[in-house]
Design a protein around this ligand. Structure first.
Ligand code: C2E
Ligand code: CA
Ligand code: CA
Length: 694
């Protein structure tokens, strides 16, 4: 074509191949008449999907009304309008449109340009959100804003910035001096350094905490954040926020106080004590002439007072103790509450044992005057263990452990005294740890065995039952008696798993005898104070009974009088729990502890076992004989059976019968024997014992 006007086919091609998405719509009905390739691609549709459909069908419902209005406005010719959201089955996009009126196939038509602006729209949306978020954050955090023009050296302080310091907007002028002159003298250098580091681009942003003087005179803690703008490597402007963090700082200080100091006494706590100990150990390592000592103080029988007066008064008592102890502590020394009723002292620079003993005596003397608790005067004493750091210690734990060992020795020797840790104690402690490890191994290797000692009914000489007594079949040491390992099992906590085995085994054995058609009576199982404290006694007894399929009335639990009195409330609770299972309860070693009748009354125990030490000289010691008579009377008034323990002679036996003791147990009848031997006795009857009695 030479006249310059193109052939219709050419226009068609131009339309088709235009990179700009184009639609041709009927001007009145706005039905799509044509769509070019770019438009099809944009809509993700085929020609059939579009042609013949109203444009409006593809506009998001929210935008439709506005779109209809705009597309009809001829005044918008050649202008962008939108953006609108378009939806097709396959995709959604945001686009701005332009319309142009044309004549098409003899009809009034519109060419609609469509430009995808999805990216821009989502970007703007995000920006809007983050701006809103920022505004909300500034408002919500109550931050002050500052903007420092470094070229003119003027600062804009926002109203809130001024308010945080007690001023009105504008009061601070625009000089940076009004800012820095209010900074705490101790903090100004730090603040200047941080600003300098950021301006020299050493730090990516400014973030610094410091104190500023409030108009009222006091100081407030501020957190300042900021970022500088750089032009050609020079900072020209820096702006940021200012936050009052006084509350947080106060909280941190309180937390620090709580971390290192004991709330109750205000003394250093265990953590601070150990920290200081670690420090001094390092000092002693470096300097051979330097030495120090620690004193481990444990109050005697505090638990009893705490329980009878209640924890609030107990706490007040501890605070009093702390006060008294601090009065006799030298200024360079550290006194700490290590927990519970334990206190610790570090004697700084002490190498002479004599000086330690002197200090320990001063501490003991601090207890000579009674304490007042709940209006009562209470005599309290303490036991003290001393360990000297002779350079041998590398760890504070070891030093503390040795002082603790010495303290235990002081308790054993009768309390209200001090002991110095020495080599002998060291060997014993090591031996203890060896047995502990050995016990653990033995538990897994099943080296324990229960022996049974018959308990005789004194009215007819029959077997009322037996007491299960544990033995350790040691591969090297042979048969080890409980006296050698039960205390260690108790102290190490191993008594809990061991006691579990004992309970299950005793129940299993009893069931076995019943299954053999034998009459084993009642089996007594010893329970330690530690097991009582474990809080799992009911669970344990229940489990053992049900596994053996045994009636609870076949089992009696023995607790020593002192274990009961150590925690009477706890014991009563355990007793109530196991009583429901039919299990009864015997007070062991009666006469050796200090029972309170008030407590005993609330126990409904099934048996009182008189300790062997009273039975021993029952025939020679009138005082003991009277006591035994009283205990027998006591148990009868409680409707409990009275059992004489450790009966070795016929005289002891006849005396017990005279006093109407119900049952007896002792070598006179039988030593504790292996289960098989006891089973033989059950089978053959007890002729020999009958002869003893009748
Ligand atoms: P216990 O409960 O007072 O047990 C009685 C102890 O007296 C037993 O010592 C027993 O052999 C001994 N005995 C009995 N009759 C006589 C006698 O006529 N003369 C003399 N001299 N002694 C007699 P054993 O078996 O050495 O037990 C010692 C302690 O070990 C027990 O005292 C008990 O406190 C503890 N124990 C033993 N078995 C267990 C156990 O299974 N669990 C717990 N927790 N402790 C146990
Ligand atoms: Ca016992
Ligand atoms: Ca006993």
């Amino acid at each position: 074509m030479s006249d310059g006007t193109g052939h219709p086919e050419d226009y068609r091609r131009l339309f088709e191949e235009s990179p700009q998405p184009l639609l041709v719509c009927d001007a009145a009905a706005r039905v799509v008449m044509e769509a070019n390739e770019a438009a099809l691609k944009m809509f993700g549709a085929t020609r059939e999907d579009l042609v013949g459909h109203g444009v409006i069908d593809f506009v998001d419902a929210d935008d439709r009304a506005a779109f209809e209005e705009k597309i009809g406005m001829s005044t918008l010719e050649n202008q962008d309008w939108g953006p609108w959201r378009f939806n097709t089955p396959d995709r959604s996009f945001d686009a701005v449109c332009q319309r142009r009126s044309v004549e098409f196939a003899g009809r009034q038509a519109l060419i609609v340009h469509i430009q995808d602006v999805t990216l821009r729209v989502s970007h703007e949306k995000a920006l809007g959100q983050s701006e809103q978020r920022y505004a909300a954050a500034v408002k919500g955090a109550n931050d002050g804003i500052w903007d420092w023009d470094l070229v003119s050296d003027t600062v804009y302080y926002s109203a809130r910035f001024c308010e945080l310091l007690g001023y009105e907007e504008g009061d601070l002028g625009d000089s940076p001096k009004n800012w820095f002159s209010k900074v705490h003298p101790d903090d100004i250098e730090h603040l200047r350094l941080e600003i300098d580091l950021h301006l020299r681009q050493v730090t990516p942003r400014l973030k610094v905490e410091y104190r500023m003087q409030h108009r009222s005179g006091g100081y407030v803690w501020m957190l300042t954040r900021g970022v500088a703008n750089f032009e050609e490597g020079h900072a020209v402007r820096m702006a940021g926020s200012q936050t009052d963090i006084s509350d947080r700082k106060a909280g941190e200080e309180r937390a620090l106080q709580g971390t290192f100091y004991d709330r109750l006494t205000g003394l250093a706590n265990r953590l601070l004590f150990l920290d200081r100990l670690g420090f001094l150990i390092r000092r002693a390592e470096k300097n051979g002439d330097y030495g120090f000592a620690i004193l481990f103080i444990d109050l005697d029988r505090f638990k009893l007072l705490n329980e009878s007066y209640g924890h609030a008064l107990g706490d007040a008592l501890l605070a009093d103790v702390g006060k008294r102890l601090s009065k006799v502590i030298g200024t360079g020394d550290t006194l700490a509450r290590l927990g519970g009723d334990e206190f610790g002292v570090i004697l700084d620079g002490v190498t002479d044992p004599g000086a330690c003993l002197y200090q320990a005596q001063l501490l003991l003397d601090a207890f000579s005057e009674p304490f007042i608790i709940g209006g009562d005067a209470a005599h309290l004493t303490a036991s003290i263990g001393i360990a000297l750091n002779d350079g041998r210690y590398g760890r504070s734990d070891d030093l503390l452990r040795d002082a603790d060992t010495a303290m235990y020795r002081a308790k054993k020797k009768g309390r209200a005294r001090y002991e110095v840790f020495d080599e002998q104690m060291h060997h014993e402690a090591v031996a203890f740890m060896r047995v502990e490890a050995d016990l653990k191994r033995a538990l897994y290797a099943s080296e324990f065995e229960l022996f049974y000692q018959p308990i005789i009914d004194l009215s007819d000489g029959s077997i009322a039952g037996s007491e299960a007594l544990v033995r350790w079949n040691h591969p090297e040491r042979g048969l080890v008696m409980p006296g050698e390992f039960i205390p260690i099992a108790e102290e190490s906590g191993l008594i809990v798993p061991l006691g579990e085995w004992i309970m299950f085994e005793a129940c299993r054995q009893c069931r076995h005898w019943l299954d053999q058609g034998l009459e084993p009576g009642m089996v007594s199982v010893n329970l330690s104070a530690h097991q009582l404290k474990s809080g799992k006694v009911q669970e344990l007894v229940e489990g053992a009974l049900s596994q053996a399929g045994l009636d609870g009335r076949r089992v009696q639990i023995e607790l020593t009088e002192s274990a009961v009195m150590e925690d009477p409330e706890g014991a009563i609770q355990v007793f109530r729990d196991i009583e429901k299972l039919g299990v009864s309860f015997g007070v062991d070693d009666f006469g050796t502890g200090y029972s309170s009748l008030a407590y005993l009354k609330s126990f409904r125990f099934g048996a009182l076992k008189i300790d062997r030490s009273f039975i021993q000289d029952i025939t020679t010691d009138a005082e003991n004989a009277a006591l035994v008579a009283a205990v027998i009377g006591l148990s009868h008034s409680f409707r409990a059976k009275c059992v004489g323990e450790g009966v070795e002679t016929a005289e002891q036996l006849s005396y017990l019968r005279l006093l109407r003791c119900d049952q007896a147990q002792g070598y006179l009848f039988s030593r504790p024997v292996p289960a098989a031997v006891f089973e033989e006795t059950l089978r053959s009857g007890v002729q020999g014992w009958h002869q003893l009695l009748f």
